[in-house]
Every structure is written in C-alpha cells, then in structure tokens.
Design a protein around this ligand. Structure first.
Ligand code: B3K
Ligand code: ZN
Length: 885
C-alpha cells in the first residue's frame, strides 16, 4: 500500500546505476512466524558514472531493519536514512561491503510477491520489483551480481532447500534444522533470484547438450502430483533440443529445476536454473488436464526455458525494455509450438487471441507502445501488447530478414551482449549489423501504440495486363500520441486466377517473375504496387499468415471469400476467409436483430462449412478451427459500439442454424471420431488433438439440435472418457443445455470425483462461470461459497471471476449493471491483499468506451467507486485513473 500518490516513471529519465554489486551473499533463516534475511553485498562505485561518492539508495519495502554495517562497522541511526522505500547509506570509499539483517513475514504475504508461502512451502516471485521485499538492494535489472544463497529451515517440514545455480554444501543445524548453500556462477539481476523450501518430491531426468555435457533435470512438486510431471519433462527436453537446433543455444548450468506451486500470480517465472511455475502450467496428465492444458504446459515450459538466453544471459537494461525479453521469447515459444504441433493451427489460435484481446487493449485507455515511455506500476505492463504484439514485431523482423538473416542477427545479439543488460535498440542493431539492413523506420513498431489499419484497393488494367494494389495505412490516436508516422508493414500476398491457381508474381520494373507468394514492404501512408503480365483479373490473397498485426480491409464479396476458403494455398488465409465470411453474415444478423426483424441467415455460410466438413483430406484441427465462429469478444472488438444482446442472439442463432443444417455431417464425424477415441489410449500429440478438437466442436453444435441421441452421446462421453478433454467438453455442453437433471448430476459427480484436485476444480468452476444461460451472476456468487473456492488463490479467482467477466459477456454486461458492481466489489477486496490480481481482474471495466451510453455510465460509476474506495495500490490506482482520464 502506498502512502503518497504514486508517481509516473519515464524512460527518458533513465540513468545508469551509481553503484554496482559484484557479489551478493544471502542467508535466509526460515521460521513459521518470521524469516531473517542477512545480505552481504560486495559493492563498488560504477566507473561509468564518474568521480565522487554520491549517497547510496538501496530499495527496500516492508522490511524490518535489524542491523546494517558498512565495511564491518555497525551503523547507528545517525549514519543512514530509512524510509518506506529506501535505506540510504553514505559510502566513504570506491569499494565497500554492506551487511544488512532484516526480518520479513512470508507467512502473511498475500500479495504473492517477494518471499511468500504457498500451502506448506516457501517460494519467491521477484520479477519485476519483488526482491526489494526480501532485502535492501539495488533492485533494478541493470545491476547484475554473482549470488550465493544459504537457506536454513526446519528439516522435517522443509527437507528440500533450493536456490539458483549449483548446490555447493549442505548439512544439519541445531534444533532439528538443516541448511543448504547454492552458488550461481552467472551474473544476474535480482529479479531472477529464487528460493524454495518445502516437502517436495521430484521427477528426475537428464539431458545431454550439444557439447555432450550432462544436465540434471528435476521437476519438484507436492507428493500427490508426482504422477503429473511427465508431460512437462518431455516438453523441457524437447525445448532444450529445439533451442540448440534452431538458435544454437546450449544450456549452461549442471542442473535445471522447475518447482510447481499452487499460489502464483501468473503462469511461471524464469529464475536462473530454478524456474517457479504455477502448478497449472506444469501438471498435466490425460485424466486431469485437457489438450489445451497440455499444449499450454508445453508452451510455458519452453517459454521459461528459452528465457535462459533471451532474458537471463542477455537481460533488460530497464523495465521499459520488457518486450526485449518477452516479445522475443514469445516469438521463440510460438515457433517451437508450431514445430512440435500444427504450424497453421498454432498461427490461427495466436492470431485469434491477438485480434480479440490485444487489439482491444491497444484501442483502450491502457494502450501503450511495445516499449512504453512511462508507467506508474511496472506490474501493469506485463501485457498482451508487450508479450503478444511484441512477438509479432519480432516475427515481422523474421519475415523481413528471412530465417537465415534472422538467425545471423540473433547469433550476433547473443554473442555481442552475453552477460549484459541491454535495450530493444541493441536487439535491432544486432539484426541490422548482421544483415546490413536498415530498420530505422521499422522501429516505430516499438514506439507507436495502436493497431494500424491497412485499407487495400485494387485496379485491373485489361489492356496493359497489369494489376495494381494500393495500400493506405493509418493508425488511430492512443493516449500517448495523436499523430502517428507510417509503419513498415510486411504484407505477404499471392494472386489467384479464376481456376484457383496461383499466379507467378512480377512487379513492374522487375526482369522476371519470381514466386507465387511474396512479401511486399508497405512503408508509406499510401503506396501502390503494380504486377505485370496478369492476363485476367485475379483475386488477391492478402496478409498471408497474418504477416503484420494490422486490421486489413479489402472489399471481398462473400463469393470471393468462399473461393479463398477453398483455393488459397495459405492455410491461415483459408481460415481467415471463413472468418471474414462469418463476420459479414453475423453482422447482417446483428443488424436484423437491431431492426427488430426476424433473423434470416445467408445460407452461403452453411454451404461453405458443409464443404469444409465434407473434406476428409483436411487436417481435422483446421476443420475444427473453421467451424468455430468468431467469438462474442471479437465481434465486440470490431464493433464501434458493441450491442451485447444482438451479438449474443445473432451468434447463437447462427450456431443453431449450422447445427440443424449440418446435423448429419456433424453427427457422422462426431461418431467416427468418438469411436477412434474410445479405441485409442490418450496421446498428447497434434493428430490426436485434432481428432478430439473436431469431435468436441461437433458435439457442441449437435447438442443445440435437442435430439435425444445427442444427449445420450454427451452422457456417454462424459461418463466413459478416459481423458479430461472429452470429459470436460461433455460437461460443458451439458452445463449449457436445458437438461437440468442431467446437468446437475454431471456437475455433482464431477465435483465428487475431483474434489481433491484443485486444478480440475478450477475447470469445473470455469465451465459454470462461462455458461451464458440466464442467471450467470447468481451462479458465480453461489460458487464463490463452494468449499473448493478461495479468493486468496489466483487460479480460483481467474477460473471463476475471470471466466465470468472475460468470457460470459451476456451475463457480465447485464443491463442492470449487476455484473459491473460484482466485479468492482471484488477488485476492491482483492486490492487489499493482492494488488496484481486486483489490477488484472479490472480489465473488463476499462473497456467501457465500447458500449452503449447506459452501460458506459454504469461501468464508469463502478470505476469511480473503486477510485474512491480508500487506499489503492499503485497497480489499481494506475488502471483506474487512466481508464477514467
Ligand atoms: N517473466 C515472468 C513474468 C513476471 C511477471 C511479474 N509481474 C514470466 C514470463 O514471462 O516468462
Ligand atoms: Zn516471459
């Protein structure tokens, strides 16, 4: 909690640190009612900062200072200044040693930042600024130090004592206590520090690196979860191999550890050699985790592992550069997942997510550049923009330089900056230098917020046999900037002839045609490209693979979209054509509803999906993706003013129409896939994910038909599946159905079976929180009273409240404002003990500009109520005040 108005911090004010910390020696004495932390810092004046010895301001919050000495001389209160946030010392030599002892209270730390307890175990979360809640320090990423850590705890309750690096010594202590010392040979900033103490079991494996070094791999979990680690271990080994093969990056310590904890504010954390994970991002086995959860575990294990180079060996100079490590690492993990599974399906899922959620953020009051220029609370900037848009920016560099050029650039980056804390400019410079490229205009992607629009028009000249495409780019104003300069927008495209074949591409001025899919760089506000030798008017396939994070518009007819759905050689664009067709059809239904007319759906959507469903050659995961209509959140994002009811009614109407018209085809494919599933043991691989994805979306459509054989099938799948993917889908379709007795029975038996597994209970909560049937808020309120729910656990809050406010739009946006009031009450409560989670849950209220006047007023009133609810954390203060600005 703050005592003064939180201050804005600016990138332009960055200054290198006055002092450096060469070595950090920590001792933790863990007790049930307090912890003692002794820190010895071997410090010196930063030679880069010139002469003189300015005061040394160590960061520290919520610490009880017990003693401090400078060069072994204990200081008295006159020798230093102490405030809520700093301990100020006055060094008298260039080189000196600071010793501090502090008392902290992990046992009552509910913010889950710094050192805290999750169940019976001690663990840490230091990024971004949590280390200052552990000891007095220069808690900034450009201060890198060599750490040695000794942990002392009671032996029986905490047999496992872990920290970063390699274990170097351990032994018994008096009073049934014991100790262990860890040494991390790599210089690192404090945000990568980690400590774990608990009664943990581990699954162990080894990995032989490309230079034949053997690395011990360990995944530590609470004993009851020891049977759920294999998938994460396999994912880890695949990640290690992939990073060697794709980036030439080898692991550097003798041991790599992952620890799963139940109480965690986000997915996972890349602490050097000791990754700490939300248990939801580690534990996965067929019976308890869905296919989506298996893929998420694989992706997060990879992401954190990849940070060892993109984040740890080369880290960020300051927190404005966060996307340097996060955007790059998301790009790396998405390419890894694409290589491990289906590339096109991965791209579709990432783009659907980006367009729905990041585009909404970029159009809202918290919009910021990939490299923001100011912030109040850095925890608020672990955003979709920094991560997902940041990854798209790196992907565009990859597209512009090609895979080989990109690899040359990343090799140079890692070589040049190993052991350093650097900036996004350094990353770009390495890419430029390795390729002789000029990315100066491209860098606007780092400094300009907002989603660019790219309007494309065509002109065919039958006499000249030329075809011209004109691109007009613009970018809406965002809170940081009104006027935007043109971006570099790589547009991958192809041209299709009337038979659906791809035309060889030759731009005016080129000697010959080359290729049928090419990347054009759009760099001006308006720019025309002319293709020659085009003998008939072609149909363009634009922005293939979503080659830039923009909103592209081209005036396609529905027939043209259907043609692209069938013939485009780019799988992503085949899917996207289907989405654009569905958007057109849904928007027509929305308009009909708003005019009070009976809804009449364009049957071309039915026919297009009938063709998709009948194509047995198509990857079944693609069929499933193509059958998925754009979500309500996406339809909201692309509306100027979102009509909550009309969007819901139109989309449900379309789903029912598709279910009725395509019943036979859906039923055939459902049954065929369910038969295979019954006969096949669970395998967490792409082909099996694909089969179950199609089976499950088919079931969710079929259920809308109201036919008894479908209810029987759903019950059969619910009762007899050997895996959570099938079981949970069956539960979800029952929960969303009118079959009250079956629904109640299924919910009860599921809860009974899985009551001891918190991650499965999270899914049980989410399925109910997401049900769009009337009475959603009441159901959520009742579920908050369920014994398995606790507001102190972030996963529970996300499963119930996050799913309700984020996915159940028709209920959350109830016209009486009850959903808003509920969420505001919750945010006020969360603000009191976990500011990071409070601020995250607030996001749906910040989107008020998207809604009608009545809802806007209700949403703003709730934001106002939060603002005046008492002492706000800097996290909540920043989001609320920017949302109301
Ligand atoms: N680097 C962490 C995120 C830390 C969030 C701190 N509020 C996880 C990741 O991106 O890998
Ligand atoms: Zn990350």
């Amino acid at each position: 909690m703050r005592t003064e108005q939180p201050q804005m911090i600016y990138l332009k004010d960055y200054q290198a640190p006055d002092y450096l910390i060469d070595e950090t020696h920590l001792t933790f004495e863990l007790f049930e009612d307090h912890t003692l932390v002794h820190a010895q810092l071997l410090m010196r004046r930063n030679p880069a900062r010139g002469a003189g010895l300015p005061a040394l301001a160590l960061d520290g919050q919520q610490l009880e200072l017990l003693s401090v000495s400078l060069d072994d001389i204990e200081l008295t209160a006159e020798d230093y200044q102490l405030s809520d946030s700093h301990l100020i010392l006055h060094p008298t030599s260039e080189q000196f040693v600071v010793d501090t002892s502090v008392r902290i209270h992990p046992e009552s730390n509910t913010a889950l930042e710094g050192l805290y307890k999750s169940g019976g175990m001690f663990c840490t979360q230091c990024e971004a600024e949590g280390f200052r809640k552990i000891t007095y320090y220069l808690d900034r990423p450009d201060v890198m130090s060599k750490f040695t850590t000794t942990v002392v705890a009671e032996q029986h309750s905490y047999p496992i004592l872990l920290s970063n690096g390699n274990p170097i010594a351990s032994g018994p202590d008096e009073d049934g206590r014991h100790w262990a010392t860890w040494e991390d040979p790599f210089m690192k900033p404090a945000y990568l520090f980690a400590l774990v103490a608990g009664d943990l079991w581990c699954v162990e494996d080894t990995f032989t690196t490309m230079s034949e070094r053997s690395v011990a791999l360990r995944i530590y979990v609470e004993p009851e979860n020891i049977d759920k680690c294999q998938h994460a271990m396999t994912s880890l080994k695949k990640s290690m191999r992939w990073d060697e093969e794709t980036y030439g990056r080898e692991y550097d310590l003798d041991i790599f550890m992952i620890v799963a904890v139940n109480d965690f504010n986000m997915g996972a954390m890349e602490n050097k050699g000791l990754n700490i994970f939300n248990s939801s991002a580690v534990l996965a086995r067929a019976e308890t985790a869905t296919d989506a959860a298996h893929q998420r575990v694989e992706a997060i294990v990879a992401h954190e592992y990849f940070h060892n180079w993109s984040g740890n060996r080369v880290t960020c100079r300051d927190w404005f550069q966060l996307s340097l490590k996060e955007g790059f690492t998301v790009f790396r993990d998405s390419e890894f997942s694409a290589d491990m599974n289906s590339r096109t399906v991965k791209r579709i899922q990432d783009v659907a997510y980006l367009r729905t959620h990041q585009f909404a953020e970029d159009a809202g009051p918290m919009a910021h550049a990939v490299r923001p220029e100011s912030f109040i609370e850095i925890s608020n900037f672990y955003t979709l923009t920094v991560y997902e848009k940041g990854s798209e920016v790196v992907r565009m560099i990859h597209t512009l330089l090609g895979a080989e050029g990109f690899r040359k650039g990343s090799d140079l980056y890692f070589e040049r900056h190993d052991g350093q804390a650097v900036t996004c400019d350094d990353f770009i410079k390495a890419m430029e230098d390795a390729n002789g490229a000029d990315l100066s205009q491209f860098k606007r992607w780092y400094s300009q917020a907002g989603t660019p629009r790219l309007a494309v028009s065509e002109h065919y000249d039958a006499q000249q046999h030329t075809y011209s495409l004109t691109f007009a780019q613009s970018c809406p104003a965002t809170p940081d900037k009104i006027e935007k300069l043109p971006f570099v927008i790589p547009v991958e495209l192809g041209l299709l002839d009337a038979g659906g074949s791809e035309i060889a591409l030759q731009l005016a001025g080129e000697a010959a045609a080359s290729g049928t899919s090419r990347v054009l760089s759009v760099t001006e506000a308006e720019q025309t490209f002319t293709f020659v030798g085009i003998n008939e008017k072609p149909l363009p396939s634009l922005l293939r693979g979503f080659s830039a994070p923009v909103k592209l518009s081209f005036d396609y007819s529905r027939d043209q979209l259907m043609f692209l759905m069938q013939h485009d050689s780019d799988g992503f664009n085949r899917w996207d054509a289907g989405q654009q067709l569905a958007v057109q059809v849904l928007q027509e239904l929305i308009a009909q509803h708003q005019r009070g007319e009976a809804l009449v759906m364009d049957q071309r959507l039915v026919e297009a999906l009938r063709t998709v469903l009948g194509n047995e050659q198509l990857d079944q995961a693609m069929v499933a993706e193509m059958l998925s209509l754009p979500g309500e959140a996406y339809l909201t994002e692309i509306s100027d003013v979102a009509d909550v009811e009309a969007i819901h009614v139109a989309r449900e109407f379309a789903r029912k129409q598709l279910a009725d018209s395509l019943f036979d085809a859906l039923w055939t494919r459902y049954q065929a896939n369910r038969e295979v599933s019954k006969a096949t043991p669970y395998v967490a691989e792409a082909e099996h994910f694909a089969r179950r994805a199609l089976q499950n979306i088919a079931l969710s459509y079929l259920m809308l038909s109201g036919k008894p054989q479908v209810l029987a099938a759903a019950l059969e799948q619910f009762e007899h599946s050997d895996n959570m993917t099938e079981r949970l889908t069956a539960l979800a379709v029952l929960v969303n159905s009118p079959y009250e007795a079956e629904k109640a029975a299924a919910l009860a038996s599921f809860a009974e079976q899985f009551k001891d597994n918190p991650l499965v209970m999270d899914q049980w909560f989410s399925v109910q929180a997401g049900s769009t049937l009337p009475g959603g808020l009441q159901r959520v309120r009742e579920l908050m009273q369920h014994p398995a729910f606790t507001i102190k656990n972030p996963n529970k809050v996300r499963a119930l409240v996050g799913a309700f406010a984020g996915q159940n739009l028709i209920n959350f946006h109830a016209a009486d404002g009850s959903g808003y009031r509920f969420l505001a009450d919750l945010v006020i409560e969360l603000n009191g003990f976990n500011p990071q989670i409070a601020s995250r849950q607030l996001a749906p209220l910040t989107r008020w500009r998207k809604y009608d006047a009545a809802r806007q007023a209700l949403m703003k009133a709730e934001l106002e109520r939060i603002r005046s609810s008492g002492e706000l954390s800097s996290d909540v203060f920043e989001v609320v005040s920017k949302s109301l600005a």
